[in-house]
Design a protein around this ligand. Structure first.
Ligand code: FAD
Ligand code: ZN
Length: 479
């Protein structure tokens, strides 16, 4: 008979008590093992932590949080660590623990008739898509980091991606949450209801909170009927204004079947062709601007989504909304089109220094924004390269500025604040948002304080003080 594990005593040091709660597989303080959790995907931030803690169950998370709450230890929740704003990286003090949800990766339930799936926070997004597909259902949240991003991170950043136009963002796809609060209480809000009017809808506090109000441990997500047909086209368009007109037309004439409508200037294609192996120019000739369009249908017995797209694009060609186009004739060709879009961030990273703006404006003003902001940034540096691409259907552009070719990246990045101000002033004047997808983290905290409505900021600080009066949940992020 093996001896029972020693229960931690309240007199033990907090670190020892945490170790006893999560067991030997649930923690490490080894420098090499912790390193990947202490720097971000973009290589902008590196922090320190006293320990990496990897609980396996909600009760363990709650117990760890209770110990940290009592001892005043900050907690940085972490999923796949793909944050683009330094949200998942601790500060340099070494006071915090990083709490990884990676071991909590079970699908707890799939209710096909209710069109819901209940998952733990550490489930990789792609694994949830697969689990849904195996049950003849569809989970539409999709983004380039889906092979490593975890659902807890997706929900905490209210992630968007390429299918928001038809299905909404992470917030819209969530019916219920389980959350460990900053004092260690567990809120069980795991309900799969489409209708529930029993007061404040608390889940919305935690969705998009970037780990500053508690730790999401599980969620009930919406599923949809599985598409039976897709039709995908890579189109060259004269400009962004034409792309917006084209979007309205394709939506109307396809029966609102547009799932994806992604804009890319030529520079994105050039960077992907340069840095990503096995990629090719989608059309015979080079064009200034492109859109990737994808239609989906769940109708059975229906044929010819591809033909319908061809007809719509044919008319658009006559009206000069499209100047060239290719419709994918096979799944391989579709994947080749997608590869160009999905590697946009990766290729930009390989190209060197860049300043990212993840902004949104009303769809109707996106072309005006694109051009006005470019005039402004060119007054700072006329040689700056604009890599402005993304989710035009959501009014959301990744309006990224790439250092001039062959230039000193550090000198370019030194003007970060000036470039931010130029772009964000235009966004603000158009009633837009300085973060449409990636969140605030530590990167845009000062920008948030500058642009957010003061009443909204005061309400946010009040909510933070109510739920986390000790300020221990992901300190230094968002507010
Ligand atoms: P992390 O990076 O680990 O964490 C993100 C934030 O959430 C942090 O503040 C962290 O503290 C907090 N957090 C994590 N888990 C929890 C939890 N369980 N409870 C409470 N807080 C938690 N985003 C988009 O919206 N759309 C895109 O199209 C998109 N494309 C991307 C492409 C690439 C190549 C990359 C690298 C990133 C992209 N992102 C995109 C950024 C996006 O935020 C993430 O990919 C994803 O949503 C974050 O998930 P994660 O598990 O990696 O979270
Ligand atoms: Zn995006």
């Amino acid at each position: 008979m093996t001896a029972p594990a020693l229960a931690p005593s309240p007199a033990d040091a907090p670190a020892d008590r945490i170790k006893a709660i999560v067991g030997p597989r649930g923690w490490t303080d080894d420098a090499d093992a912790m390193a990947p959790h202490l720097s971000d995907w973009r290589g902008l931030y590196t922090g320190k932590a006293r320990m990496l803690v990897k609980p396996a169950r909600t009760e363990e998370v709650a117990e760890v949080v209770r110990i940290c709450h009592a001892a005043g230890i900050p907690i940085v929740p972490q999923g796949g660590n793909t944050s683009l704003c330094g949200g998942s990286i601790p500060d340099a003090s070494g006071d915090a623990i990083v709490l990884s949800l990676g071991r909590m990766n079970r699908v707890r339930d799939l209710d096909a008739a209710n069109h819901t799936i209940t998952v733990e926070a550490g489930c990789i997004l792609a694994a949830i898509q697969t689990a849904a597909a195996e049950a003849d259902r569809y989970f539409p949240l999709s983004l380039a980091a889906e092979g490593s991003a975890m659902i807890g991170g997706n929900l905490s950043t209210n992630a968007g991606g390429t299918n928001v136009l038809k299905y909404g963002n992470a917030r819209d796809l969530t019916l219920g949450l389980e959350v460990v609060l900053p004092d260690g209480r567990v809120w069980n809000g795991l309900r799969g209801l489409r209708k529930d009017n029993t007061g404040y809808d608390l889940k919305h506090l935690f969705l998009g909170a970037e780990g500053t109000l508690g730790i999401i441990t599980a969620a009930v997500l919406k599923l949809f009927p599985k598409p039976t047909q897709t039709a995908c086209a890579f189109c060259a368009v004269p400009d962004l204004a034409a792309a917006v007109t084209l979007l309205g037309r394709v939506r109307a004439e396809s029966g609102d079947a547009v799932e994806t409508f992604e804009f890319m200037p030529r520079l994105v294609i050039d960077l992907v062709l340069k840095h990503i192996p096995d990629t090719e120019d989608p059309l015979g000739e080079s064009h200034a601007f492109y859109v990737l369009v994808e239609l989906v249908s769940t109708a059975t017995g229906e044929t010819g989504l591809g033909e319908r797209l061809e007809t719509i694009l044919g008319q658009a060609f006559e009206d000069v909304l499209v100047v060239d186009a290719a419709i994918a004739q096979s799944e391989a060709q579709r994947q080749a089109f997608w590869k160009l879009r999905e590697n946009a961030s990766e290729a930009q990273k390989d190209e060197g220094a860049s300043i990212k703006h993840d902004v949104s404006v009303p769809v109707s003003r996106i072309a005006e924004f694109y051009n006005t902001a470019f005039e402004r940034v060119r007054t700072i540096d006329p040689t700056v390269r604009l890599v402005g691409f993304g989710h035009v259907g959501d009014g959301n552009l990744h309006y990224n500025l790439q250092a001039p070719e062959g230039s000193d990246g550090r000198a370019f990045l030194a003007r970060w604040v000036d470039f931010n101000r130029a772009v964000h002033d235009v966004v603000d004047a158009m009633g837009g948002s300085i973060s449409a997808e990636h969140g605030i983290g530590q990167l845009k905290r000062d920008e948030l304080a500058h642009y957010k409505d003061p009443v909204a900021l005061a309400l946010m600080r009040g909510i933070k003080a109510t739920l986390d009066p000790k300020g221990l949940m992901n300190p230094g992020k968002v507010l």
